[in-house]
Design a protein around this ligand. Sequence first.
Ligand SMILES: Nc1ncnc2c1ncn2[C@@H]1O[C@H](COP(=O)(O)OP(=O)(O)OP(=O)(O)O)[C@@H](O)[C@H]1O
Length: 183
Amino acid sequence: MLLELSDVSCRRGGRLLFEHHDLALAAGDAVHLTGPNGVGKSSLLRLAAGLLAPAAGSIRRADAALADDRLALDMEKPLGEALAFWARIDGISPDAAMEAMGLAPLADVPVRFLSTGQAQRARLARVIASGAPLWLLDEPLNALDKDGRDRLGRAIAAHREKGGAVLAASHVSLGEDWREARL
Ligand SMILES: Nc1ncnc2c1ncn2[C@@H]1O[C@H](COP(=O)(O)OP(=O)(O)OP(=O)(O)O)[C@@H](O)[C@H]1O
């Protein structure tokens, strides 16, 4: 298993968001997490990433990479350097991930100049470049054009093919071949 949530409860700001939640992802799995605004989908992704502790229950995970609304890239640096900073920590090159998301021509552009869709591609490239077997994606299709959606689709298919798994929260369909988990 790359991710296993057993009987998990989540509390934020003193409020119980959900309880007794089970979820398991094995190699090659892709799970589409759905549910109304505020139910706790982003919080569940943070629990899965290890950034938040469950109020109850247990979580086991493989190495995970999270793409959420925080860009986590140095705004002043050119995109190529900003991604390389993380790639060095993860011990790999960001080049293939930049290529995969169509960002290679933007390598010299400062992160703060990126458009909304380009920044979304950069978030996803950071996850792709991480080498982590478990990808956690919060609204991955936000602001992506058709080319960006196709590129992400191919990156996810290749990741699953190699034995990776993806958990994505989204209000829109992510395509066929995703298992739905409702929160
Ligand atoms: N840092 C925080 N401190 C306290 N409460 C928080 C914090 N972050 C989120 N919450 C609350 O937790 C609840 C769930 O938020 P979360 O972002 O997980 O929901 P969501 O299902 O992803 O929603 P959406 O569909 O709108 O993206 C919300 O009521 C939110 O206000």
